[in-house]
Write a protein that binds this ligand. Sequence first.
Ligand code: SF4
Length: 492
Amino acid sequence: MTSTFVGMPAFPTAARAALADTQLRHNLAHATGTIRDKRARVVAEVEDWEDLRTAGAAIKDRTLHDLASYLLQLEESLTRAGATVHWARDAAEANAVVAKVAKAHGVDEVVKVKSMATQEIGLNEALAEVGIAAWETDLAELIVQLGDDLPSHILVPAIHRNRAEIRQIFRERMAGAGRPAPDDLTDDPAELAGAARLHLREKFLRARVAVSGANFAVAETGTLVVVESEGNGRMCLTLPEVLVSVVGIEKVVPTWQDLDVFLRLLPRSSTGERMNPYTSTWTGVTPGDGPQEVHVVLLDNGRTRALADEVGRQALRCIRCSACLNVCPVYERVGGHAYGSVYPGPIGAILNPLLKGVGHDPQVDSLPYASTLCGACGDICPVAIDIPGILVHLRAKVVDAHRADRPPKPEGLAMRAASWGLADAVRLGAGERVSGLVGRLARGRGMPGGRRALSWLPWPGSRWTQARDLPLPPTESFRSWWRRVGRDEEPR
Ligand code: SF4
């Protein structure tokens, strides 16, 4: 039961297929609309919401500016508290650490609390390769795992599934992974949750090793923080003997006072709750209480590459609330799989290219274009990430990365021709005369002018104008009119 995003097509191809799935669009519209409304209500209760956003952004920026020293402080605090700290440059190094710890304890299974970082590095697949089963314990992640599916939302990974589909998955797949679903299981949410609870309870009680991520890591004390809604995280973090936490290096916050700001921003922005039902914090090893061996893997995997990008680095402020997904008109229609990554939606459209770099993978290069640039994502982000600005910045980087491609793209040729024509007054004048001639000929053939969606270009140009405004060229340029009659007469 493993699926990966490896080999996913570029966004336009994947989006076309997703758009044809009417059930998916119905599920998405319903789910994102519900979360949006809930979020808007609880955010409206907070008078100083904008101040909180500003504070959140400032704390993250301050931390990122001095990331190396905060990480060293975190390492020191964790070590002092009895945890073992590992540094992982990439996915392979992080996966190897987790596999080594699990192997050292002779286990063939681990339980996991939902973690974007472990999904990003493909930990489940890496553990499966060495004979260790990784069981997801978050309800939505369990649905995705049992369905041999891929997550499509940061917070609600099975948002693309409805109740009837979940019942079907449980009935067909649960038995292959442990305790089977009851024979008379219906699609009532309480019954589905009950079946999952019984199925998972066995695994919690049996597991000796657990794997988690962390929403935040407090440098001053070495405390890791996980927020969740189901209690599965609390079970993973307290019952097993050994705990391995894979933490992206951008998750560090300097102090508990800083953490307070994010614990107010995150639940309202994500699930639309005033506070998270479960906020678990743990600081290394506490004798006789919880896991007696704690490992923390501090993961880079492209984050320092993102940090080096002066415009894009603000994406590392992200607290994975998913608010930007829920307001995005593109995400609402195509869902998360089209983005080909565990990070979908607007944040995925910027984070994936920043983590992986542009210019060598068409799938990654397509993501900055997966947006209308309407700006809703930037407006709603609780840490004020300028997502539209970064999208434009990344589009420029993608274009720059492909300037030397052979054969050049038609768009590149057109831009080069425009650059050549505009660089010289004689060539510009000649271009204006040709443009005026085209305008007169087109109008002579009865084609309408004005700024409307026109299909006056011959094929293949007409395909371009099917979805874009392209007015007919004026019959006379401003420069020509100015030379002819001066400023006292209106141009034709
Ligand atoms: S970019 Fe902002 S809105 Fe989107 S998931 Fe991250 S913190 Fe939330």
